[in-house]
Ligand binder design. Structure first.
Ligand code: CP3
Length: 351
């Protein structure tokens, strides 16, 4: 099924937006910029709206989720809205008991560690995604020519949370399972791929003009394990979008050693963390792939001239790639002064 004729990429609203053009390999007049975690605790208007509502409850309230999605677009003038949700939302909708604990992250009531744990996981009923579709639809109706970026967690990052039962430093238990019981591992990653793929597809069908797959914890893997035991499942997640022509970004933290493998799972553009300069990232990618990144989040709290020089360096190095979407090398830290983000948008748009 192709994109609906009323989709913003089909009806002329977002097809020539700077974000979509850059992700398709073009160099628009202004370089596009958005920020991972732009909707969130750095914004006082977000903190005010969230009072008294748990994180997952907020994600599943279409009016609230859509309003939070729009807040950073209004405030900063960024080139994309990123859908306010969380990578664990589709797991919760598939019946997994999970809570998002402030300051910590997702915590699971029952970690998934054995073959029978995996067998007991339920598929995601597409009807359960109704609040996601509605929230995306509401946000897209307000956004006009600004594209909404949908996202999902990659199977490895989701599986790490499920196996560990919560955040962990180096995903030891998950990596043990990968070797100790490869069949259970593959079954778990396939389940994650299908659930997260359905979440991604629902956002695109409801109006997202681009997507990003986050593999936040992939940096704990060797390039070899990534290619053999993880990448095929990430490809399966992207494959949920087959037939829908939307640009796809793939971002991993600590993935400098296997950027081409991250592209190869079906991405149009690769997100780079702050560890690798973009000219080198582009070289490793063979010089033909749009890149996204990679302002060091640590510099958001540095004196303005230091940050500005860094942003200009990122822009310069980004010119080595065919196209560049400016972003941070990871999410906005919660204590960031939001005016600093607005200033970065002005620098990038004026460059
Ligand atoms: O603005 C956006 O980027 C869109 C919304 C978004 C959230 N989570 C909202 C959120 C996105 C894209 C995510 C993705 C996500 N969630 C990832 C991948 C990106 C990354 O950071 O690597 C991961 C690993 C998660 C899991 C997760 N959820 C973590 C680690 C946390 C932080 C815990 C904390 O309190 O520090 C969350 C909670 C979360 N997700 C918040 C937000 C705005 C904070 C919740 C709050 O306001 O209390």
């Amino acid at each position: 099924m192709p994109l609906p004729v009323t989709h913003p990429l089909s009806d002329g609203r977002t097809a020539s937006s700077p974000l979509v053009r850059a992700l398709r390999g073009d160099r628009p007049e202004t370089t596009p910029v958005w920020f991972m975690r732009q909707a969130g605790r750095s914004l006082p208007e977000y903190r005010a709206l969230r009072i008294g509502t748990a994180m997952l409850e907020a994600c599943l309230d279409p009016a609230l989720a859509s309003e939070i999605t729009l807040q950073p677009v209004r405030r900063h003038g960024v080139d994309a809205a990123v859908f306010f949700s969380d990578i664990v939302v589709p797991l919760a909708l598939a019946g997994v008991e999970v809570e998002i604990v402030a300051g910590r992250g997702p915590v699971f009531a029952h970690p998934i560690r054995t073959a029978s744990d995996v067998l007991a996981l339920h598929p995601l009923d597409p009807a359960a995604l109704a609040p996601v579709r509605e929230a995306v639809g509401r946000a897209v109706a307000e956004l006009g020519g600004v594209p909404l970026l949908g996202f999902a967690g990659a199977p490895f990052t989701l599986a790490s949370y499920l196996v560990e039962g919560g955040p962990s430093r180096d995903q030891l238990r998950a990596r043990t399972l990968m070797y100790a019981d490869p069949h259970t591992w593959a079954a778990l990653l396939n389940w994650c791929a299908d659930v997260t793929g359905a979440f991604l597809r629902a956002q695109v069908e409801a109006g997202a003009s681009a997507v990003q797959l986050f593999d936040s914890w992939v940096g704990s893997l060797s390039a070899r394990d990534y290619a053999r035991r993880v990448a095929p499942h990430s490809a399966r997640a992207f494959d949920a979008l087959r037939g829908l022509d939307v640009p796809r970004i793939h971002f991993g933290l600590g993935a400098s050693e296997f950027l081409p493998a991250m592209r190869a799972v079906g991405a149009d553009a690769v997100g780079v963390d702050w560890r690798l300069p973009l000219d080198e990232a582009s070289r490793r990618l063979g010089g033909d792939t749009p890149v996204q990144g990679n302002i060091d989040p640590a510099l958001l709290a540095a004196p303005a001239p230091v940050l500005e020089a860094h942003v200009r360096d990122v822009l310069d190095r980004g010119r080595a790639a065919p196209a560049h979407v400016v972003n941070l090398g990871h999410g906005v830290p919660p204590d960031t002064d939001p005016d600093v983000l607005t200033r970065i948008v002005r620098i990038v748009h004026g460059s």
